[in-house]
Design a protein around this ligand. Structure first.
Ligand SMILES: [Fe+2]
Ligand SMILES: [Fe+2]
Length: 188
């Protein structure tokens, strides 16, 4: 029963082959790519792990969120079509190119400790969503408001509400998951 501990850093390291540029120069446009990345790589990969770990309900949740991230990319892209700066999606393409490497890394972790991988995938998902609805998109929204772009601000608000819901779903799923693990450990 001595399974190696899985850390959030190990989860991030799985995706290292797709390492995005430092996010120092995060712009609203670059987040089209972030949304595409979550839609095409991160959440589908989390769903695949959940299937492997025998957690089909969690796999369904990850896939549902992945679908909504696509929607965010569509909303944002419409916004940037208006202002004339479509994203080229380089990060997502790099991740797609590296997918075999990413999956091999992840499979190694799952072989070590599947439940640990799922727990940390959920906590990574919560951090990602929290950062988006508490920090990134509110900044874009406030900037749009300051520039008098009320319709643009409304789109960002829609994304914020959706990301906040994702964080809620993942917090609930993590609490349920930990509860079930505790029961297993107690021999229930
Ligand atoms: Fe999103
Ligand atoms: Fe999200």
């Amino acid at each position: 029963m001595n399974k190696p501990e899985i850390t959030e850093d190990m989860i991030f390291a799985c995706f290292a082959a797709a390492k995005q540029d430092s996010r120092m120069h995060q712009t609203a446009e670059s987040f089209v790519d972030v949304e595409e990345y979550e839609n095409q790589i991160m959440y589908p990969e989390f769903a695949r792990w959940a299937e492997k770990a025998g957690q089909p309900d969690l796999a369904r949740l990850f896939r549902k969120v992945a679908g909504e991230e696509k929607l965010h990319a569509v909303w944002l892209r419409e916004l940037y079509d208006d202002i004339g700066v479509p994203s080229r999606g380089e990060d997502t393409q790099r991740a797609i190119d590296a997918l075999n490497t990413i999956q091999a890394n992840c499979d190694q972790l799952i072989a070590m400790n599947p439940q640990g991988v799922i727990e940390k995938a959920l906590s990574v998902a919560i951090s990602v969503e929290e950062r988006e609805y508490q920090d990134i998109y509110p900044r874009f929204r406030d900037q749009a408001i300051a520039e008098g772009e009320t319709e643009t601000a409304a789109v960002y608000q829609r994304v914020i509400d959706s990301e906040a819901q994702h964080a809620d779903w993942f917090r609930g799923a993590l609490a349920d998951f930990r509860g079930a693990q505790t029961q297993v450990a107690a021999g229930a």
